[in-house]
Ligand binder design. Structure first.
Ligand code: 5GP
Ligand code: ZN
Length: 146
């Protein structure tokens, strides 16, 4: 897609430090890493949302992302890794070509997700689950939509 930075990287019009490439996905180093080795795995086809990526490609993204995480851990002695995907601006997506972050993590790397924990009231979780389950069932019968 025109004016998409990541499509330009795929096309070779913008340089990137490539880590892995096959027919479906490309992995390259993030230009502003949380930790060194922070890698992005992207579908070669332009998709803004993760929800429209075909299952085979989405599966490959996750598989390759996890394998890169393990390779980072083994080669550079990281303790762990995060797989992270921001879908939509409100979720923190800045580049509108879907991408999976592979972030190598160390016990004392000083980075925190600042996870907050809300609490469901009585019956709220069950009521939410009923609505979500119905909506998902309907959605899965149709073509994916963002
Ligand atoms: P988002 O916030 O959309 O999940 O993450 C976008 C990521 O893409 C950021 O971590 C940013 O550092 C990275 N990024 C943005 N532009 C470029 C670029 O031109 N080259 C590379 N390698 N990474 C980029
Ligand atoms: Zn794109």
């Amino acid at each position: 897609m025109a004016n998409c930075i990541f499509c330009k990287i795929i096309a070779g019009e913008i340089p990137a430090v490539k880590i892995y490439e096959d027919d479906l996905v490309l992995a390259f180093l993030d230009i502003g890493p949380i930790n060194f080795g922070h890698t992005l795995v992207i579908p070669k086809e332009h998709h803004e949302s993760s929800a429209t990526i075909p299952e085979a490609t989405a599966g490959r993204m996750f598989h390759i992302g996890a394998r890169i995480g393990v390779a980072l851990r083994r080669e550079f002695d990281w303790d762990a890794f995060n797989l992270h995907l921001a879908d939509g601006a409100a979720a923190g997506q800045v580049v509108m070509h879907a991408h999976l972050h592979v972030v190598p993590r160390g016990v004392e790397d000083g980075f925190h997700w600042n996870w907050r924990q809300k609490q469901y009231g009585d019956g709220e979780a069950a009521a939410l689950a009923e609505r979500l389950t119905k909506r998902l069932a309907t959605a899965l019968e149709r073509e994916p939509e963002a």
